[in-house]
Design a protein around this ligand. Structure first.
Ligand SMILES: [Zn+2]
Length: 315
């Protein structure tokens, strides 16, 4: 057991590989130690938030000096997909937008409580605060107080000698209303399939995706199956907005698929990326760091997708 260089919490270290109770799993290249120790506070928060997000996608980030930013698929080195991230890369240096924190925090709490009573008491962990770029020691209480003042959370608090003291906190009815209006229904069982309709094997690919979703009790649709008199783009955006997640199939590099996946990400709808093995090299570099499911046969697509949905969406 030793102190995590990032959060100061309990961690186990095996050479360069760190498993921290709060941050999760990451590699800390020894060349990067000096830079990690004098990392500016906001970069440290970016980094921990990034580790949590990567781990959720089954990726273990590796921190190195410089500006590298690349995926490494060599599973002989490590069973997870690795991602090399330079400590001087833009991903670590991006400013944190404080104005986004109230909604991000509400969203995180609502999604955490989705399988419990809507007004059950919220238990809070440091990891959860880091997942929305909030330092649990330095700012979490201020944001909690703001959410209570807005009426999104219900609970008592008082200002103690050095910090705020909170009683039990729950999500309020207004909080749920705001969340569902902003982020669509968490109970949705709909899945949006984005893919090139001109693929020669399109029908079979679509059926494989549908079976993988159905195995996890989701109903997947492409837009052309969704009958309506409305114009396709508006209807398509609404459909994406109300989906629990999207499966974006990039085989054939259709520009519409890039657009739809970008829209879903902007709306914070999870995207599962799939592409035929031989086309992985053609994937645009803006998205090639996402953990794509690469497939050869339809059976392989169905099996990997089924497992990814269970691991990432239902986890
Ligand atoms: Zn840590």
């Amino acid at each position: 057991m030793e102190e995590c260089i990032l959060c100061g919490g309990n961690s186990e270290r095996d050479n360069d590989f760190v498993t921290c109770e709060t941050c999760g799993k990451y590699f800390k290249n020894s060349d990067a130690n000096a830079s990690l120790e004098k990392l500016a506070p906001y970069k440290r928060i970016n980094l921990i938030q990034q580790i949590i997000a990567f781990n959720a996608e089954r990726i273990t980030p590796t921190y190195v000096p410089g500006t590298a930013y690349k995926l490494h698929y060599d599973r002989s080195i490590h069973p997870d997909t690795l991602f090399y991230i330079g400590l001087d890369s833009p991903r670590i240096n991006q400013p944190i937008l404080h104005s986004e924190k109230p909604l991000a925090l509400l969203r995180m709490f609502c999604e955490k409580m989705k399988d419990q009573g809507p007004f059950d008491v919220l238990k809070r962990t440091n990891r959860e605060f880091y997942s929305v770029a909030i330092d649990p020691e330095k700012e979490a209480n201020e944001w909690l107080m703001l959410l209570i003042e807005r009426g999104w959370l219900a609970g008592e608090y008082k200002k103690g000698a050095t910090d705020f003291v909170f009683g039990d906190i729950t999500i309020s009815a207004l909080g749920w209303e705001v969340y569902e209006r902003e982020f669509g229904s968490i109970q949705s069982r709909d899945v949006f399939i984005a893919m090139d309709f001109n693929l020669p094997d399109r029908q079979n690919i679509q059926e494989a995706i549908k079976r993988a979703c159905a195995a996890n009790k989701f109903e997947a649709q492409t837009i052309d199956e969704h009958q309506s008199t409305g114009s396709i783009p508006d209807e398509m955006l609404a459909k994406i907005h109300h989906s629990r997640f999207m499966v974006a199939e990039f085989t054939n590099q259709n520009r519409g698929v890039y657009f739809e996946a970008g829209y879903a990400m902007g709306r914070k709808i999870p995207v599962i990326w799939t592409v035929k093995k031989e086309e992985m090299a053609n994937i645009h570099f803006d998205i090639n760091h996402f953990n794509h499911i690469t497939w050869g046969t339809l059976a392989e697509l169905e099996e990997k997708l089924k497992n990814r949905i269970a691991a990432v969406i239902l986890a």
